[in-house]
Ligand binder design. Structure first.
Ligand SMILES: Nc1ncnc2c1ncn2[C@@H]1O[C@H](COP(=O)(O)OP(=O)(O)OP(=O)(O)O)[C@@H](O)[C@H]1O
Length: 177
């Protein structure tokens, strides 16, 4: 409210070039201030997840476009998520050759960047617990599991129990602590 009044009063004053510069500066500060609070209140990432840089350098744009899913297209942050906290309620049907090939790629020092992050449904329980469900990314998950990796690169898709129901039907839990 105060921020809006502040912006409104400043907009009214803009007329000379000096004032315009001052206005731009104040506008940027105000936007930073607002976006900071929106970000802080909407996404509280648990402290054990470490944000990692997305490997941007080596890919052709068209390929990058295919590496993102409809769920995580707008999500940029990638985290190193411990394998131990990920739940996969639906067993995977795997193409053995693809898993082995992915394992080779992941083992390579530089080629691991060619494997994009998986999507995780991140659900906050009624009592504040964090739950991570995975449905796609079957081959990548299996490759990381067989390599005994402690973590896997993942994007966190904010979800609810209702979303989980879409994947699991009546097998979905009705309460998460
Ligand atoms: N050696 C490799 N074999 C297969 N995919 C690879 C390999 N190296 C890198 N990749 C990349 O890994 C990703 C694999 O995703 P893909 O959707 O094919 O399988 P998945 O998500 O792990 O399993 P599924 O689609 O069955 O759930 C692709 O973006 C692909 O470009």
């Amino acid at each position: 409210m105060y921020v809006c009044m502040y912006i409104y009063r400043t907009v009214k004053q803009v007329s000379t070039p000096q004032r315009k510069i001052a206005f731009n500066c104040r506008w940027r500060c105000a936007m930073k201030f607002i976006s900071h609070f929106i970000r802080v209140s909407s996404r509280r990432i648990p402290p054990f997840l470490h944000r990692i840089q997305y490997p941007v350098h080596t890919f052709h744009i068209q390929r990058r476009a295919m590496e993102t899913t409809v769920h995580s297209a707008g999500i940029k942050d990638v985290y190193d998520v411990p394998m131990s906290v990920i739940q996969r309620p639906i067993p995977s049907i795997l193409d053995e050759q693809k898993v082995v090939s992915l394992m080779e790629t992941i083992k390579g020092e530089t080629s691991e960047e060619e494997v994009p992050p998986i999507d995780l449904l991140w659900i906050t329980g009624n009592e504040g617990g964090n739950y991570y469900f995975s449905f796609g990314g079957c081959h990548r998950y299996e490759a990381y599991r067989r390599l005994h990796r402690e973590t896997i690169k993942a994007k966190l898709v904010r979800s609810t129990l209702r979303d989980l129901y879409h994947y699991m039907g009546s097998s979905a839990p009705i309460y998460l602590a």
